[in-house]
Design a protein. Sequence first.
Length: 439
Amino acid sequence: MAHQYIQKCLRYTKYAAGTVFVTSMTSAWYYRPLADTSTGTHDNYKHTTNNNTQASNQNQAPILSTDSIATPKINDRSSQFFWSSRDEVPILLSWARSISIGVTTLAIRLLMNTYGKYEIKDDVYYHEFLRVVLERDIDTTTDGEGSRKERQGLLTISNHRSLFDDPGIVSCLLPLPQAIQPKYNRWGICSQEYCFNDALPGIIKGYLGAGQVLPICRGKGINQQLLKDFSSCLACGEWCHLFPEGGVWQWNELGGRRELPKNAIIGASSDFGKVSTTSDNDDDRIRIIPATTQQRALPVNPSKGKLKWGTGKLIAHAPIIPKVIPFAHVGMEKLLPQDEITGKTRLRDNLLRSMLPSILGGQEEDKLRVKVQFGQEIMFDDLIQEHEQKYGKLWKYGPNEEEKWISSYEERILYNKIVQRIEDRLDILTKQVCQDEKD
């Protein structure tokens, strides 16, 4: 009798678990992040002139026009804030997040810690990162008057060595009990051409979205709607993570943008071997492929620096300036090596042997070894204060209200200064962790 009762309980449990999984994934599919399908750039702006002022005068701030800015074809559902405000998340979507983050984290940690070696430098900077992440819920308490305290966001930034850095690296940063809980996990962005393209089934996009990943559109600039959507996460006091290089660079230093020679254009790894011409004349132009030896030989862009300015925009206009903590890592390039000629990445040829060297007779050096090192928090109060003293208060984005989003000329200068400070610190960290790996 007891045996039959146990069997019946197990059967009902199985049905209940299956129902929860199906309904949760259906909710994740419905609330999946939507890519920006508009055409053109969201980063256009123009100067206005009068009889006494030339448009090229650098002292004249540009007046931004929205006439040429295409409106993203994103429906009202995608602008609702249960992506970033945990108080408003539908229960089924909350379950989907727990499933997506829990399953992915367990699988990644099994790979990274069983078949390879994952090491985080255990120093004061790493413990400060853990303190900030794990004690974030204290900011939600109320004061004596019953008003809710505002939460300060956390923005982590790192070098980008493979397409598997997130979740490969990020899933292993927290202790396991917290790493499988959505409330402690990061919000990230992924290029929509890889993670949210039309060829992928909606359920895959839903699973990624439930894993707290949002799309970003390459080439649309810092004024695009998708970056604004991501900013709402930081405004709500969440942990957000960025790869500010904007691409994969498997060098022992930061990669990022380079100054192109005259008559050259930046290409992509998929463009290797193609020939392009200018729209103004039919002269062939040199195509520079990112992440290749050819690209590395170019000098760093002196006016823009290596890193993307969207990072600076997120920091400058946050309602509360977020804590910004850098970390650098090395080792993921062994899993997805990059061709120095074409810039393409691929799975290593001896992947299985590198994962199980002792069983298949591989060498110990074939195993995946990953090292992570955190740096000191980066502060920007002086840069923001200097800007506001000269140009007035910066506008602030928020999770629940409309705000200005198009950046002015002066604000872009501030973004450049913020990102330059990040670049200096992150470049030092990257070189250090790569050198430690060699030693």
